[in-house]
Design a protein around this ligand. Structure first.
Ligand code: FAD
Length: 394
């Protein structure tokens, strides 16, 4: 029997239609050609970031008392999804939306007053997040950058890698070791979070070197050589930094998952349109089930992943624990976007490789999410060990 009940159309189920509509209108000014050129030249999409900043979308999560819109992660997810679904990319500025959460939730009053209103207007850009290091990689507890207290300053030495947007950010949120690993009571202690004012630090102990990468992501290596960071820039308590970073990571994972859903929907729309119009052997290629089924599978995977993203966002906004959901949302959404990317390229045959179709660029861009901000394997190990109680592998 043929499946007869048509599902509710995607558009009628859309959450926050006004927000989505406004984001789509903004993104319409930044078509494929804009992104292709930026990608080719590895140029920062400054105009797009300025437009998003001006629209207030990047301040969605900042409470109204600090000049933001005071929206929840569900609305922020809709914003990031629509950016990617429109063929744009939020990677140049998404961190401006969520990195401030560490200051909002764990900073003191004077830090909140000093930074949040200016982040809300875009006067201050907080979009550099220094966690990953070349030697320790995913093993954050083994990071080697140190911050040693010396009077009213900390002296920072070490190196970070893949610090994205460092050249286009005024502030960096830095995770550094303040107590040696062999002197802490609990292995998760001994790391601290600092707000580094990069404008003051460049040339005075901070050096930034761009990394030319597979995608246009403005990513860099950052070197610290006796950089002095004032004590008042420590966020929360010394040695408790990992906890502050981890709770921000749930928001990051949900929003990146939303970007993946946006990418997946872009690929599916592009493939569906092409499969209807491309005629080979005297009929549209979309008439062949060998072409139809991968599109339908990618669609089903995307819709399922979107449900998990939605569940994670709702739990976060309700103040409920959401670590498992945020991780699973990121895993499922990144897999769905990669599945859709591969399907879209295959559907387009040779033309998928041509720059002007934007598919090869989006294909490269969405591949990132299997690795960053957390790799698929590490999420699987989190689910296996922390949700299912299997023995620890590391
Ligand atoms: C374009 C880009 C932008 C980035 N932006 C930032 C940023 O702004 N700030 C920042 O701090 N970081 C950033 N990162 C870093 C990113 O978060 C890391 O690359 C990622 O977490 C993986 O770390 P790694 O590259 O050191 O891989 P490694 O830790 O060396 O791992 C290599 C591979 O081994 C696997 N692996 C490692 N250990 C295990 C295990 N125990 N079990 C199973 N598999 C394992 C991993 O899954 C991975 O596939 C960015 C990376 C990229 C590529």
């Amino acid at each position: 029997m043929a499946a007869s009940n048509r599902g509710t159309s995607e558009a009628s189920r859309e959450t926050f239609p006004d927000i989505r509509d406004a984001v789509r209108r903004l993104c319409a000014d930044f078509p494929g050609e804009y992104w292709r050129k930026a990608d080719r030249d590895r140029r920062y999409p400054a105009e797009f970031v300025a437009a998003l900043t001006e629209s207030g979308f990047l301040a969605a999560l900042i409470p109204e008392t600090f000049g933001g819109s005071g929206l929840g992660v569900q609305q922020a997810s809709a914003i990031m999804e629509e950016i990617h679904r429109s063929g744009c990319n939020g990677g140049a500025c998404h961190a401006q939306m969520y990195t401030m959460g560490t200051i909002l939730r764990h900073g003191n009053d004077s830090q909140k007053q000093a930074y949040l209103p200016k982040i809300a207007t875009g006067e201050l850009r907080l979009q550099a997040f220094g966690v990953t290091e070349p030697t320790s990689g995913t093993d954050t507890l083994s990071l080697r950058t140190t911050a040693i207290r010396a009077g009213d300053h900390y002296v920072v030495n070490g190196q970070k890698v893949w610090t994205s947007r460092a050249e286009y950010s005024d502030l960096m949120l830095l995770l550094a070791r303040t107590t040696p690993k062999d002197q802490v009571k609990k292995r998760t202690e001994g790391l601290s979070v600092f707000i580094v004012d990069m404008r003051a630090a460049i040339g005075r102990g901070l050096t930034i070197k761009p990394i030319r990468a597979m995608i246009n992501h403005a990513t860099t290596e950052v070197f610290f050589d006796n950089l002095r960071v004032p004590v008042e820039n420590l966020v929360g308590e010394e040695n408790k930094g990992l906890h502050y970073i981890l709770d921000g990571m749930n928001v990051e994972r949900i929003l990146i998952a939303s970007e993946c859903i946006g990418d997946a929907r872009w690929f599916i729309a592009k493939a569906t349109a092409y499969a209807k119009e491309r005629v080979v052997f005297g009929r549209p290629i979309g008439q062949n089930q060998g072409i139809q089924f991968p599109i339908a599978k990618a669609y089903a995977a995307t819709e399922a992943a979107a449900l998990m993203v939605d569940r994670a966002a709702k739990r976060f906004d309700a103040g409920e624990p959401c670590g498992a959901e945020a991780n699973m949302a990121k895993l499922l959404a990144a897999d769905a976007s990669w599945q859709a990317a591969d399907m879209c390229l295959q559907t387009h045959g040779g033309f998928g490789f041509a720059e002007e179709y934007d598919i090869e660029r989006k294909f490269r861009e969405t591949r990132l999410y299997q690795i960053a901000p957390i790799s698929t394997n590490l999420i699987l190990s989190f689910v296996a060990e922390h949700v299912l109680g299997l023995p620890r592998s590391y």
